[in-house]
Structure formats: structure tokens, C-alpha cells
Design a protein around this ligand. Structure first.
Ligand SMILES: Cc1cc2nc3c(=O)[nH]c(=O)nc-3n(C[C@H](O)[C@H](O)[C@H](O)COP(=O)(O)OP(=O)(O)OC[C@H]3O[C@@H](n4cnc5c(N)ncnc54)[C@H](O)[C@@H]3O)c2cc1C
Ligand code: SF4
Length: 506
């Protein structure tokens, strides 16, 4: 009996559940580069190169491990352009009697998979993706009837369940969370190790040429493409991180530094999301580094991102369903400003994050949250438009992880399901965490008028616009006390600066 095993572009793991459940003798692995996936949003060119190149390398790995692989290149004549069409054709071509696939991570593709059996006319077995550490059912059971679904509660439950960084039921170091130690600005003159280099090989260069030819108008540049596209490359990226950058990952996790695109961040999300790295092996590598002297605040901080945040946002995405991306609790309706596509805002913090997003398809967490996301929140940008932008511009972007981070964490558009208060901050925060302000055409010292820092007056304007809703939130009481202490003339000045800036932005 011939079984078709379709493998999606983010299922590039040799231990994938579908591969474990069939024999090499019976299976034909189907991998298809399709225009439908490349274009449902106009992905950054680097994301397309990353996924297609990693798929081609993975197909070669499977073939050398004895699998039969039916690989459909995007640029080959007869490519049908869609996953379902390619699956139906492959079932016919190989005379297959069955399809065995791992469930897709995104609602859009899950809905497509649900129609495969009818379309192909053979039974389709969908297996849960066990590369996530927490199953959909386990998350649902945890969420149960809880009044609040906070990441910190989820994380502690996961630490207890897995025993990671636990001794005799107690967190290692006597604390669950070392976040307070992880908010330092980078000291002047401190050297940041260079990120590892992954020069494009012949396969990647061929894909680069194809993407340049077929997607010339997509956002982003390709000159600095530097992502690992194989498991070997991804393992090298992991060991380089653990060896050279983990030591300061905690301390400078929130820093924003001019000319330092990656700082001590791991640069592992692309590899984990594609399936080249297993999240558990990343956690284990960081925990093992404690023996070699890695500080606990760094290791715990890293473990929290993967065991905590990554699993938690995926659970929220599944629990809340496809409509989650439509939430708009603050009623924000501004069109996404052109500065998100073109840069040139004059705000140095924003332009630095924009430029590296364009050139690297990467910005680190604090740039995404406290600069690009924060600006949209303060300016009242429609969260769905921002969600689509975030889905387009990053090499690690997949809706299951991007949407909860954007709609929930960054825009508070889910009304506080994910975060207990909006991640809103003014220029003083950005100045405290980095050195962009010194190079900016705006100034924090100037309190009003065209030279004042837009983040500062937009922050207060945001609070004023949403006073009725947000001032009820206990965690916002102190900031609202601050707003109310301003004289009415000063409040009016702030609001008029914000109105002038926002109307010019439009
Ligand atoms: C508005 C916004 C949008 C985001 N969009 C994406 C996205 O599309 N894809 C994506 O993978 N991450 C997204 N994130 C989360 C996070 O910013 C990236 O995972 C991280 O910047 C990737 O770089 P890194 O590998 O150097 O991560 P590090 O900062 O070094 O963190 C280590 C790892 O932890 C995981 N991680 C850290 N924070 C998160 C988080 N909040 N949610 C899920 N996993 C996390 C990632 O796997 C990451 O590789 C987003 C965050 C925000 C605020
Ligand atoms: S002054 Fe304001 S706009 Fe300029 S870099 Fe600082 S925070 Fe950003």
C-alpha cells in the first residue's frame, strides 16, 4: 500500500510524528513549494528563501536516509500552486491509498487539511504535532475554568510538570523568575560577540535567484541573508549561542543598542519554528550550561522564553480560534502608517528597528514589543493591519506565534486575556534601555512642539484616550495619577502635539 506523507514547510524534523508512524517502504513523502503559501501574505524575501532552501535541504536529507521524496519546486512547469492541488495530484500519480500527515500549526492550513480527504478521495490521518512540549488537550485542561490565563502561572505549572530547573519540587535558586535582574542597559564599550555566519550555499543561492525573479516586489532585501537552512547549521547556531551569548542573555535581554541588531539574543526562532531544532534540546543545552558556569538568571530567562512564552502563546492561539486576530478591544482604527514599509520616520529607535527588519528579517523582542509594537499601540493603529505587517516582515513569523504576540501582548487588543496591562511606554523607557536617543532628531529634553520626542506625548495621549477603560485597571493607577497631576494647560499641550503628529503621520 502506498501512503502519501505530506510535509509542510515548517515540519522539517526527521523525528516528525508522521515519519515515525509509516515505513520507508510504503511511504512517498510529498514536499511542495507553492505560490499559495508564498503569497497568502507577501512574506519578506528572506522568509521565502529560508523556507524553500530549508525544504530543499530537508528533502535531500530524507532521500539519503532512504525515503522516497516527491519534491515539487515552485519554478518547475506544472507546479499546481496550492497544497491541496499538489496532494490530490500526488495521490493520483502514486496510486496512493492513504495520506498520513501531521496537523498544521495555523488555523488557515488546518482548515485546508480538514478538506483533504474529500478532495483526494482517500482516508487522511492527521496526527498531533508532538514537537510542541504541551499538547492542545493539556493546555485546554490547564486553562479549564481558570479566571485568568497568565503566562507566569502556565510557566510555573510547566516547570513543575517537566522538572526543568527544579530540585525536590522547588525552583533552582529559590526563585521562579529572575526577570528583575534582566533589565540592564548595555554598558558603554561592552563588546557583543558577532552572530555566527551562514554563507548561502549553492542550493540557497539558487533559491535566492528564484525568489528575486518571482517575488520582486515583496518587502525586504536579500544581500545579508544569514539564516541556517539545515539541521547541522541550526545546531551550530545553538551551540554558538550557548557558548558565546547565553552568559549575558539575561542581563541585556531588554537592551536597545544603536548598531547592535542581535545583542545577546539566541537567533534560534527561525530554526525552532521550521523544525530544524527541537525546543526541548534548546532548553536542555541551556540548562546543561549551568555546569559550565552560565548564570542562572540567563538560563532561567532563556528557558522561560521557550518553555513558557513559546508554548503559552501557541496554547492561546489554539484555544481562542481563528477569530482571535480580529480582536480590537481598544477600538484602534488608524491605517498602518507608511513608515512601517518605508522607514524614514526620523525617530531613531523606530528607524533602527525598521532598517534591520528590512535587511535581516529580524528584530529582537524588545524592538518588536517596545518600539514597533508600542508605537502602533500609542498611535492607535488597527491591530489587524499590524498583525499582517508582523506576519510579513519577520523570517520567524507564523500566525500561531505571531498573532498572540501582536494582538495580545503588544496591542492589548484581546482586552487583557494575555497581558494584565498594555505594554505602553514613553521615550524615557526607550532612553533608559539604550542609546538611540542621542542620535535622534527628536529630543527628550524638549517637552513640547515639533522637536519633542513623539513617544513621550503619544504615551500620555494614549492614556488620556483610554482613561475610561484603563484607569479601572489597578496596575495603571500610578500612571493615571501621573497624568492627573499635569496642569490642564500641560495636558492640552500634550494632546495637541499628539494630534499634530498623528495627522502628519496619516
Ligand atoms: C509583536 C511581537 C511579534 C512577534 N512575532 C513573532 C513571530 O512571528 N515568530 C516568533 O517566533 N516569535 C515572535 N515574537 C517573539 C520574539 O520576539 C521572537 O521569538 C524573538 O525575537 C526571536 O529571536 P531570538 O531567537 O533571538 O529570540 P530570543 O530573544 O533569544 O529568545 C529565545 C527563544 O525564545 C522563544 N521566544 C522568546 N520570546 C517569545 C515569545 N514572546 N513568543 C514565543 N516565543 C518566544 C523563541 O523561540 C526564541 O528563539 C514576537 C514578539 C512580539 C512582541
Ligand atoms: S528621542 Fe524618542 S523617538 Fe528619538 S530615539 Fe529616543 S525615544 Fe525614540
Amino acid at each position: 500500500m502506498t501512503i502519501i506523507v505530506p510535509i509542510l514547510g515548517d515540519q522539517l524534523s526527521e523525528g516528525l510524528a508522521s515519519l515515525r508512524s509509516v515505513s520507508r517502504a510504503d511511504a512517498v513523502v510529498l514536499m511542495a513549494e507553492v505560490g499559495e503559501e508564498a503569497g497568502y501574505v507577501p512574506h519578506h524575501k528572506q522568509k521565502l528563501v529560508l523556507v524553500f532552501s530549508a525544504m530543499r535541504h530537508f528533502a535531500a536529507t530524507l532521500r539519503s536516509a532512504g525515503w522516497t521524496v516527491d519534491y515539487r519546486r515552485l519554478d518547475e512547469p506544472g507546479n499546481l500552486g496550492g497544497l491541496t492541488a499538489e496532494l490530490v495530484a500526488a495521490v493520483g500519480r502514486h496510486g496512493a491509498q492513504r495520506v498520513v500527515a501531521v496537523q498544521a500549526a495555523e488555523h488557515r492550513v488546518m482548515e485546508m487539511q480538514a478538506r483533504w480527504a474529500d478532495a483526494a478521495g482517500v482516508p487522511v490521518e492527521l496526527i498531533e504535532d508532538d514537537r510542541f512540549l504541551v499538547s492542545a488537550d493539556a493546555f485546554r485542561a490547564w486553562a479549564g475554568t481558570r479566571k485568568r490565563l497568565r503566562m507566569e502561572d502556565f510557566y510555573r505549572w510547566q516547570r513543575e510538570t517537566t522538572g526543568i530547573l527544579m530540585v525536590d519540587g522547588v525552583p533552582v535558586g529559590g526563585q521562579w523568575n529572575f526577570d528583575k535582574e534582566n533589565r540592564k542597559a548595555l554598558p558603554g564599550g561592552m563588546k557583543v560577540p558577532e552572530a555566527p555566519r551562514f554563507a548561502p550555499d549553492a542550493v540557497t543561492r539558487e533559491v535566492i535567484a528564484m525568489v528575486e525573479a518571482q517575488f520582486p516586489v515583496h518587502f525586504g532585501t536579500l544581500d545579508r541573508f544569514n539564516w541556517p537552512v539545515t539541521r547541522a547549521g541550526a545546531l551550530e547556531a545553538l551551540s554558538c549561542f550557548v557558548r558565546e551569548r547565553l552568559v549575558h542573555f539575561g542581563d541585556y535581554q531588554d537592551a536597545l543598542v544603536e548598531g547592535e541588531a542581535t545583542l545577546f539574543h539566541a537567533l534560534l526562532s527561525t530554526s525552532i519554528n521550521l523544525g530544524l531544532l527541537d525546543p526541548r534540546e534548546c532548553i536542555d543545552a541551556a540548562v546543561a550550561a549551568i555546569e559550565a558556569g552560565a548564570p542562572l538568571n540567563a538560563v532561567e530567562g532563556f528557558v522561560r522564553q521557550i518553555l513558557g512564552w513559546r508554548e503559552y502563546v501557541r496554547g492561546i492561539y489554539l484555544l481562542e480560534g481563528p477569530d482571535y486576530v480580529q480582536r480590537n478591544a481598544l477600538g484602534a482604527d488608524r491605517r498602518l502608517p507608511a513608515i512601517y514599509w518605508q522607514g524614514g520616520s526620523g525617530m531613531r529607535c523606530f528607524d533602527a528597528a525598521f532598517e534591520q527588519t528590512r535587511d535581516l528579517a529580524y528584530a529582537h523582542h524588545i524592538q518588536r514589543l517596545m518600539v514597533l509594537g508600542n508605537f502602533a499601540l500609542l498611535a492607535g493603529v488597527d491591530p489587524f493591519e499590524l498583525h499582517e505587517w508582523f506576519l510579513v516582515v519577520y523570517a520567524d513569523a507564523y500566525e500561531w506565534v505571531e498573532a498572540p504576540n501582536v494582538i495580545g501582548m503588544s496591542q492589548f487588543a484581546d482586552g487583557g486575556l494575555l497581558g494584565s496591562k498594555p505594554y505602553a511606554a514613553g521615550g524615557a523607557y526607550i532612553n533608559r534601555m539604550g542609546n538611540h536617543c542621542g542620535k535622534c532628531r527628536y529630543s527628550l529634553k524638549v517637552k513640547s512642539g515639533p522637536d519633542a520626542c513623539p513617544f513621550s506625548y503619544l504615551y500620555w495621549d494614549f492614556l488620556a484616550r483610554h482613561e475610561a477603560l484603563l484607569s479601572k485597571n489597578q496596575r495603571m493607577w500610578t500612571v493615571y495619577d501621573g497624568w492627573r497631576r499635569f496642569a490642564p494647560e500641560r495636558q492640552a499641550e500634550i494632546r495637541s502635539d499628539a494630534a499634530r503628529f498623528l495627522s502628519a503621520l496619516a
